[in-house]
Design a protein around this ligand. Structure first.
Ligand code: S3P
Length: 171
């Protein structure tokens, strides 16, 4: 593999950010989080961006963040869960990367995010219901975008990162 980027996609709570860091360590790649890039460019958190400027504004910044990194190589790219909503994002990321989907059930996603206040889309009275709804809507997009899919329910970050790394080293 010629230092093709590894693009991690999947629903909130699938473990993308931690898995991206561990995978980058294992492969000696650099890790880039699109959400962190957007926060740095904007000088405010994702939560603030949604609250003050709305989801549409965030999606525009997300598209720009993809443009900013998609031409580089040797990266593990940690994408926000909604990256797949714009097919252009995926086309750009695929030009130099392999798209890896971290699959998660609604129950496990909820388990992983329930104590965090950082996800504006889940700031509702019934986060598990919202997760189930959004996941159902998003699942076809993840499936369509993915070159490879890994299950994350019940697994540790270490297990998932090692599975991905060993699968990719056999490519
Ligand atoms: C979003 C997921 C978040 C973040 C934003 C929107 C989504 O990233 O980009 O809150 O639409 O699923 P994580 O998947 O890293 O939580």
């Amino acid at each position: 593999m010629s230092r093709r980027n590894i693009v991690l996609i999947g629903f909130m709570g699938s473990g993308k950010s931690l898995t991206a860091k561990r995978l980058a360590d294992l492969l000696k790649y650099e890790v880039v989080s699109l959400d962190e890039l957007i926060e740095a460019r904007e000088g405010r958190s994702i939560k603030q961006i949604f609250e003050e400027s709305g989801e549409g504004y965030f999606r525009d910044r997300e598209r720009e963040a993809v443009q900013e990194v998609a031409d580089r190589t040797g990266l593990v790219i940690d994408c926000g869960g909604g990256i797949v909503l714009n097919p252009q994002n995926i086309a750009r990321l695929k030009a130099k990367g392999i798209v890896v989907h971290l699959n998660v059930s609604a129950q496990w996603a909820y388990k992983r995010v329930k104590n965090k206040q950082t996800r504006p889309l889940l700031n509702t009275k019934d986060p598990l219901g919202r997760i189930s709804e959004l996941l159902k809507e998003r699942q076809p997009f993840y499936a369509q975008a993915a070159d490879l899919t890994f299950e994350t329910d019940g697994k540790t970050v270490e297990e998932v990162a090692r599975e991905i790394s060993s699968r990719l080293s056999h490519d």
